[in-house]
Design a protein around this ligand. Structure first.
Ligand SMILES: *[C@@H]1O[C@H](CO)[C@@H](O)[C@H](O)[C@H]1NC(C)=O
Ligand SMILES: *[C@@H]1O[C@H](CO)[C@@H](O)[C@H](O)[C@H]1NC(C)=O
Ligand SMILES: *[C@@H]1O[C@H](CO)[C@@H](O)[C@H](O)[C@H]1NC(C)=O
Ligand SMILES: *[C@@H]1O[C@H](CO)[C@@H](O)[C@H](O)[C@H]1NC(C)=O
Ligand SMILES: *[C@@H]1O[C@H](CO)[C@@H](O)[C@H](O)[C@H]1NC(C)=O
Ligand SMILES: *[C@@H]1O[C@H](CO)[C@@H](O)[C@H](O)[C@H]1NC(C)=O
Ligand SMILES: *[C@@H]1O[C@H](CO)[C@@H](O)[C@H](O)[C@H]1NC(C)=O
Ligand SMILES: *[C@@H]1O[C@H](CO)[C@@H](O)[C@H](O)[C@H]1NC(C)=O
Length: 900
């Protein structure tokens, strides 16, 4: 009586723990399983399939596209519940499921396809099935009223897996269930490739298919038995199946042996071809109770070749024999034989057999970080583009639109290099996920409704060199780091609330600004002259390609843009006296009145005032004797300079070449150089904005002529405000192009020379590469533009940023353009024309020479600036310009220390 409650309690305990255990096993068993009932409504709760006990849930959330359907009633009876509903994909070519998996794990992946005339068309579809970027199988459902199953064992290469249905004809891809089962480590390993199911048998007369829950991995075992040749062996005892492959007890508790003890056990199959590679897995356990003298031992051969010698199955413990390398069979015909050895008293025995063909997946998936990033971007903006499914880059025919990718070959993961989400109705901020696309080279987010700031991370993306953010609603200021990034092409126009320096936000020009000017070189400080004339540096030039033909002389009237300004067109320049005018030394003495009036002094000699033809003023540069060793070069340079005639280039009137006396005779520039006028050193009123513009237009024309009007083209190499001279009518002419060198036009586009030029004006790219081209002059000209805008020294160590371009860049980010404008202009300028000039200057200063405008473009742009300024109402600028000229003209040319 007393024991009853105790045993009850005991029972209860057992009961509870039994159920707890059951629950535990079940929970563990399905761990990692993904069982999708495709087409199941997201509102429907996951359910347990009555046949297997597997828990199926909706595919909603694993796929972004497709429609749901249901097989027709008449077919329902032959299928289990998960197969009754389906998802079909009428839109797009590739539609993909994306499943979270564990990277580096072998998964058994099964997809079930049952047509069931769901669409009433009675048209069995056929389409391709992809695993990530690789073709898995072609699903041809014709004649498959019972449906088809595709099964594969595949090791995941990342933590997501994509199963894609690809339309190949007119029929619509569809799918009923998708199942993934993680397998044990160290099972079903291959040398390469994945395992495509070929067959999986267990040798039994039971006629029962076995799968989950009997098989913890949900492999499906089909019974097979050749009753004519074999007898069945079974056991009620437990078989230890824990060898990793973990076959079901039911599978391992039966086996086949040949009826005749002496006969071999054989099994044949036919593969698609001789080259079909396969893996075979043979599962053994001795389930017969052996008498003491009994032995079972046999050789395993495949097509006559020994696979395993003298094998004895272990008693009630499972063992698996497999090849570690893929096998092939002659003609695709395979014969597996188990042959007993003479020693063996019992015939061979085998419990189960699996066969897989090898399927190669050579195409690697897109770099996973890129995939995560692009999906993050997709989610951030809620992009539901039909092509944005599956692997972003591969296969190429399914590349997501708006992307471009790169990869060395198929065994290198592709990377995303280009993202174009232009006009995609994007709203919100610039997605931080973008920074994880570290291989991105070009980003186009133009014409969206993006708000917020321009993120700093864009500057830290190493490969990113083209960014188009134009046509958005971005605000705040553009990060300095971005503006300073070398070689970056940044477009920001059309963001009206964005604060950015050089007009990037306003106008069309897309060239990034450049403040990378840390490459200033400490060459000898330049000496400023009243009139800086041809430099004796000419002595050291070596002309490789000297054009001596006189017939090729080009006159400089054809290739520049005429400015419609009275003072420009009113020809006041001195006529060229004669071509190749050669003076004797005594003539030089006479013209300078015995070197009476010094205009300036340079490192290579003195410059004197002179007069020729009675009233024509000239500047005579005497070359010091020590320099005359480069006589040949001098001659060559003279010949070259005598050919160059342009109203905006200081003309060489003639030269003297008599013994040790060498002189260059230039036209006289009464109003000195631009720098003096900017600095106020010449006194009088400051140059107004219009006059400044006119001067730079003219200088640009001179430069443009050197680049395009001369054959061979010439690079000035020393463009700066002290080399822009003004004649008595304030007409600007470029001087000192004696530094320039003509350079070959055929083939090369640059000449490598010794770096020369003036600190602050020197093209950093030229300095770095020593490659000279016209764009080096464009850079220097950009500095000149900044000078006329700001009237700041090019280099000023006491300034926040020493170099003018850096300083302008910083100042512009702090506020509006007034911060940088020369205060002496008192705001008397057209804002539009100033912005254009700033923008132009910044584009000239692009660190990458190829992104700078040409001088022809500069001339056009400056003329438009000038037109803007001229169209401005009011008369003040005319008055100013007039007074400026008047005042200047009243000044004598006597400011150089040491003169007279
Ligand atoms: C996959 O994992 C990611 C993050 O790890 C998660 O955001 C996402 O919801 C998961 N997807 C599914 C279908 O579970
Ligand atoms: C479908 O399966 C049934 C038995 O399950 C079989 O009798 C029938 O032949 C199969 N139909 C086809 C087309 O394979
Ligand atoms: C089953 O076999 C494995 C080795 O094959 C062994 O480690 C394990 O202890 C065995 N389990 C039982 C219950 O005998
Ligand atoms: C398989 O074995 C039987 C005897 O058990 C034999 O008659 C038959 O020829 C064998 N088949 C092959 C293909 O070797
Ligand atoms: C089994 O393999 C061994 C080792 O190669 C060989 O010596 C023996 O002859 C083979 N026996 C049979 C019956 O094939
Ligand atoms: C981005 O795509 C748009 C069309 O959607 C196209 O107009 C634009 O040129 C593309 N941008 C680039 C940089 O190719
Ligand atoms: C941006 O958004 C505003 C309203 O939020 C809308 O009126 C406008 O059309 C949008 N512009 C673009 C280019 O999508
Ligand atoms: C940036 O995008 C706009 C609009 O798509 C386009 O007009 C502009 O040319 C683009 N800028 C560059 C530099 O490609």
């Amino acid at each position: 009586m007393e024991r009853q409650p105790q045993s009850l309690l005991l029972c209860a305990l057992i009961f509870i723990s039994f159920f707890a255990l059951l629950h535990l096993i079940e929970a563990q068993d399905q761990q990692g399983f993904i069982s999708l009932d495709c087409g199941l409504s997201p509102n429907e709760l996951p359910y347990n399939d009555p046949l297997t006990g597997l828990t199926y849930s909706t595919d909603d959330g694993f796929v972004q596209s497709g429609k749901t359907g249901k097989i027709q009633k008449e077919f329902e009876a032959i299928f289990s519940k998960p197969a009754l509903k389906l998802r079909y994909f009428p839109d797009g070519v590739r539609n993909c499921y994306t499943v979270n998996v564990t990277q580096g794990t072998n998964y058994l992946i099964k997809a079930v396809f049952v047509y069931g005339n769901y669409d009433g068309l009675n048209n069995y579809p056929s389409f391709d099935l992809y695993l990530g970027p690789n073709l898995w199988s072609t699903v041809d459902m014709n004649g498959r009223a019972n449906g088809t199953i595709e099964e594969i064992i595949h090791k995941t290469t990342s933590n997501t897996l994509q199963v894609c249905l690809v339309k190949t004809g007119t029929s619509t891809p569809m799918i009923n269930t998708l199942e993934l089962r993680p397998l044990n480590k160290n099972t079903y390993n291959t040398q390469s490739g994945s395992l495509k199911y070929f067959f999986r048998y267990y040798f039994s007369t039971s006629g029962r298919n076995i799968r989950y829950p009997n098989d913890v991995n949900d492999r499906k075992w089909y019974p097979f038995f050749d009753s004519k040749e074999w007898t069945e062996v079974t056991t009620d005892l437990n078989v230890n199946t824990s060898n990793g492959y973990q076959l079901p007890q039911i599978v391992m508790s039966s086996a086949s042996t040949p009826i005749s003890t002496f006969a071999p056990w054989n099994f044949t199959w036919l593969l698609p071809s001789s080259t079909t590679q396969f893996y075979i897995y043979l599962h053994f356990a001795e389930i017969q109770t052996l008498r003491s003298l009994d032995t079972r031992e046999f050789n395993v051969t495949l097509n006559g070749k020994l696979a395993y010698a003298r094998y004895s199955p272990r008693t009630l413990a499972m063992e698996t024999i497999f090849y570690s390398t893929p096998q092939q069979c002659e003609g695709g015909k395979c014969i597996l034989e188990l042959k007993k050895t003479p020693k063996s008293t019992l015939p061979p025995l085998v419990n189960a057999l699996e066969l897989f063909t090898v399927i190669d997946f050579p195409q690697l998936e897109t770099n996973q970080d890129d995939v995560v990033a692009i999906k993050g971007i997709q989610n951030t903006y809620g992009l539901s583009r039909i092509s944005w499914q599956g692997d972003p880059c591969v296969p190429k025919q399914f590349l997501w639109d708006g992307l471009n990718c790169q990869s060395a070959d198929i065994s290198t993961p592709p990377t995303i290099t280009f993202l174009n989400l232009s006009s995609s109705h994007l709203t919100g901020i610039i997605a931080p996920h973008i920074q994880n696309l570290i291989h991105l080279q070009e980003l186009d987010l133009s014409d969206n409704n993006l708000t917020g700031g321009v993120p700093e991370f864009l500057a830290t993306m190493k490969s990113l060199l083209v960014i188009n953010l134009s046509g958005n609603n971005l605000n705040g200021s553009v990060p300095q780091t971005l503006l300073q990034k070398k070689g970056l092409k940044l477009s920001l126009e059309g963001n009206s609330n964005l604060i950015c320096p050089d007009g990037l936000c306003v106008n069309k020009a897309g060239n990034g600004s450049s403040k990378k000017t840390s490459v200033v070189i400490p060459v000898a400080a330049s000496v400023a002259f009243v009139v800086v004339l041809g430099s004796a540096l000419a002595f050291f030039f070596v002309f490789k390609k000297k054009n001596t033909s006189n017939s090729e002389v080009t006159l400089g009237s054809s290739s520049y843009t005429q400015v419609s300004d009275d003072r420009t067109t009113r020809s006041s320049e001195p006529a060229i006296v004669t071509k190749n005018r050669r003076f004797t030394y005594s003539e030089v003495v006479t013209m300078t009145n015995n070197f009476e009036r010094v205009l300036g002094k340079g490192g290579f000699g003195m410059v004197y005032h002179g007069t020729v033809n009675g009233n024509e003023q000239v500047a005579v540069k005497m070359l010091s004797h020590s320099s005359s060793q480069g006589y040949k070069e001098f001659k060559a340079e003279v010949e070259l300079l005598l050919r160059v005639h342009h109203k905006n280039l200081v003309g060489l009137v003639g030269y003297c070449d008599e013994g040790e006396n060498l002189a260059l005779i230039y036209e006289y520039m009464a109003n000195g150089d631009l720098r003096e006028h900017m600095s106020g050193k010449r006194g009088g009123s400051i140059l107004n904005w219009e006059t400044r513009l006119k001067i730079v237009v003219e200088s640009a024309q001179g430069l443009e002529y050197l680049h395009n009007g001369c054959k061979p083209p010439m690079v000035h190499r020393d463009v700066k405000t002290t080399n822009i001279l003004l004649n008595e009518h304030f007409q600007a002419k470029l001087a000192d192009f004696g530094l320039s060198r003509s350079f070959p036009i055929e083939g090369e586009t640059h000449v490598s020379t010794v770096v020369a030029g003036t600190p602050g004006y020197l093209d950093p790219e030229y300095y770095r590469t020593n490659w000279l081209n016209e764009k080096s002059d464009v850079y220097s000209f950009g500095i000149v533009l900044l000078e006329i805008i700001t009237n700041q020294p090019v280099i000023n160590q006491s300034r926040e940023r020493a170099h003018i371009a850096e300083w302008v860049g910083v100042m512009l980010t702090k506020g509006d353009i007034k911060n940088i404008m020369d205060p002496k202009l008192y705001g008397d300028y057209d804002n539009g024309s100033v912005w254009r000039a700033v923008e132009l200057a910044m584009s000239c200063l692009n660190p990458s020479s190829s992104r700078r405008p040409t001088m022809s473009q500069v001339v056009i742009e400056l003329n438009e600036c000038l037109a803007n300024e001229n169209s401005r109402g009011g008369t003040s600028q005319n008055m100013n310009s007039q007074s400026s000229i008047d005042v200047s003209m009243n000044f004598d040319i006597e400011t150089t220390p040491g003169a007279r």
